[in-house]
Write a protein that binds this ligand. Structure first.
Ligand SMILES: Nc1ncnc2c1ncn2[C@@H]1O[C@H](COP(=O)(O)OP(=O)(O)OP(=O)(O)O)[C@@H](O)[C@H]1O
Length: 499
């Protein structure tokens, strides 16, 4: 700080006390100044510190800035690297896709060639299939023709004899079956000498049939013989198979058998064969519809064995013949069936219905005929061929003859009905064989019902069932005589119901 000279050494003479005061003023001022300088210095120091701190902050900020700049630079670099890597991957993928595309294009080209070849092959195969179907159809028709010729050669009416085993097994002496010949049966009757002087004489009754089955013959063996006839039913021929014989001779065993596979009879086996064969023919374009019915004829009255309603609501039935000669029964259950099991169910229902009636009337089933019918309609749309036939399987009433004196009332009525219908069956068959102009079908319900299945357009098979007990000798002889008459008949050539 500058001190004014005028103030200290000026022209005006001053007194010493004045000077003293002034000096002390000056000193005070100097102290003030010093204090101020001190505080200014202190402020300066503070400012310096502040400057140093600011400088440090600036340096730090510069460092931070530099770091951030570096970071930004690294980030940019990282982004670039990432971009380059992605680009490389993209280029690589593009390349891979292009490679794959070109591989697939060549595979596609190969496939197209294969497809064209396959299409040609398929069309060639289609032609072959059509040709083979034609051949198969022609083969099937030829098979039917040959099959029918064989059946005709065997005879359109055939008689098989089946001998039931004795209850204790084996066979009685009076029935002889030669081991070398399965077509002959001999009934031997030993007649005692009345005088006792001559030895007993033996009278033999010989019968010949298309086949004689002994007591050991299995159900399978028996069915094998008639399975060809069953095939005829599918080929469009009416087929009728019935079992004739005295009560207990094995008619029901032959026709129905038991539910165990090995012991099944003709009806379940025929049904099985028909459904199997129909399935096979399906591959050749054949479609079949089957309708089953089961009826009982008792005392010349018809009873629906498939009826499921209330007993009190049972309808009455009449046999009707339509203009196209088809025989139907009014109010009867005609059940469409499409499987073997369905038919087996119906057979069970029929048996239940029969046994209900059986309980009400002892032994009734032996005294009634039961007729199972399967109507078969086949169509081959592609070939415009149709066929229609009926397979008729009949378990006849017991054929035993009762003495008129032994039967009265209801029994007499039953006996007359059974004898009437069975003898009329024989009359109808021989009238057909003799080509008589009048065939008395309508004389009994049985022959009227079987009209479509007997005669020119049908194949008939009769089982004559034999009871081997010695006390059945008379009935056995009668049965064999009846069967023998039938066997002598040759019914006119059958023609298939084809349209
Ligand atoms: N070939 C056979 N082998 C073994 N058992 C048989 C044979 N034939 C019949 N039977 C048995 O003999 C008995 C009588 O047979 P089945 O009932 O079939 O006679 P049927 O002639 O039908 O009598 P019905 O007129 O009373 O109905 C049955 O127990 C049956 O199982």
């Amino acid at each position: 700080m500058m001190l004014s000279r005028t103030g200290v050494g000026g022209a005006t003479k001053r007194q010493p006390w004045d000077l003293k005061g002034k000096v002390s003023d000056m000193e005070g001022k100097v102290r003030n100044f010093q204090t101020k300088i001190k505080s200014v210095n202190q402020e300066n120091e503070v400012l310096k510190d502040t400057v140093v701190q600011s400088h440090t902050k600036v340096v730090e900020m510069e460092k931070t800035l530099a770091r951030q700049r570096n970071q930004i630079r690294y980030k940019d670099l990282f982004i670039w690297i990432k971009f380059i890597i992605l680009y490389c991957i993209f280029v690589f993928c593009l390349f891979a896709v292009q490679m794959k595309l070109s591989v697939q294009e060549s595979a596609l080209a190969r496939l197209q060639t294969t497809l064209t070849n396959t299409e040609e092959e398929v069309s060639r195969l289609k032609d072959t299939v059509v040709q083979q179907k034609d051949e198969l159809h022609a083969g099937e028709m030829e098979r039917r023709r040959l099959h029918n010729t064989i059946q005709e050669l065997k005879g359109n009416i055939r008689v098989f004899c089946r001998v039931r085993p004795l209850v204790e097994g084996g066979l009685s002496k009076h029935i002889q079956l030669p081991a070398s010949d399965n077509k002959t049966i001999t009934l031997a009757k030993t007649e005692e000498s009345h005088t006792g002087k001559t030895s007993d004489t033996q009278k033999n009754y010989n019968f010949n049939f298309d086949r004689v089955f002994g007591p050991q013959a299995s159900q399978h063996e028996v069915f094998e013989e008639i399975s060809l006839l069953v095939q005829s039913a599918l080929d469009g021929y009416n087929v009728c198979c019935f079992a004739y014989g005295q009560t207990g001779s094995g008619k029901t065993y032959t026709m129905e058998g038991s539910e165990y596979d090995d012991y099944r009879g003709v009806i379940p086996r025929a049904v099985k064969q028909i459904f199997r064969a129909a399935e096979k023919l399906g591959a050749q374009g054949w479609e079949f519809t089957f309708t089953a019915s089961f009826v009982e004829i008792y005392n010349e009255t018809l009873r629906d064995l498939l009826f499921t309603g209330k007993a009190s609501k049972r309808p009455e039935h009449e046999i009707r013949k339509s203009t196209n000669n088809e025989v139907t029964i009014t109010n009867l259950t005609y059940q469409k069936v499409s499987s073997e099991d369905q038919v087996l169910g119906l057979i069970m229902l029929a048996n239940q219905n029969r046994s209900t009636a059986q309980t009400a009337q002892n032994d009734r089933s032996s005294r009634s005929h039961s007729v199972f019918q399967l109507d078969i309609e086949g169509v081959n749309v592609g070939r415009d061929v149709k066929c229609k036939s009926t397979l008729c399987l009949v378990d006849l009433a017991g054929s035993e003859r009762m003495l008129k004196s032994q039967s009265q009332g209801e029994r007499f009525k039953e006996m007359t009905a059974i004898n009437g219908s069975l003898s009329n069956l024989g009359i109808v068959i021989s009238a057909l064989a003799n080509k008589e102009s009048y065939v008395p079908y309508r004389n009994s319900k049985l022959t009227y019902l079987l009209q479509g299945c007997l005669g020119g357009n049908s194949k008939t098979l009769m089982f004559v069932n034999i009871a081997p007990e010695p006390d059945s000798f008379g009935e056995t002889l009668n049965s064999l005589r009846f069967a023998s008459k039938v066997n002598d008949c040759v019914i006119g050539t059958a023609s298939a119901n084809r349209k």
